[in-house]
Design a protein around this ligand. Sequence first.
Ligand code: 5GP
Ligand code: ZN
Length: 139
Amino acid sequence: MSQSECIFCRIVRGEIPCAKLYETGTVLAFLDIAPVRPGHALVIPKAHHATILDLDPGLGADLVTAFRTVGAALMAATGATGFNLGLNCNASAGQLVFHAHWHLIPRVEGDGLHLWPSGAYASMDEMNALAESIRARIA
Ligand code: 5GP
Ligand code: ZN
């Protein structure tokens, strides 16, 4: 999708309204239009990057500052005692908007939202072999 059609680029340019929470030269945060919980926010880099795999690592500090600032404010405003920070990378992981973004979801004890189900490895050998395979691709 081109940047002219990307819905989040259009929000950054002010062509589509949003409930804005936070803005710097590089990062924007606004409320998700279909919240898991009231206060569910999105943090996006202003520049168009389809997924996190395309993102400039130099944006890391700006993004972490946004997560901390918006996360603390949305807890204070909603009475939440915590929040989940998550990102969907690619369609198989549930990504619908291909402009990289993070979800900040306010949480309270016992709210019934279960992230994520626990699984298991068949053995420690299986786990260690997979770790070795991943490490080999990082090196
Ligand atoms: P994804 O599944 O790509 O990680 O999440 C995309 C999110 O963007 C969804 O939670 C959806 O509700 C939100 N969203 C989609 N279009 C709009 C919009 O026009 N405005 C706002 N504020 N949120 C949007
Ligand atoms: Zn975009």
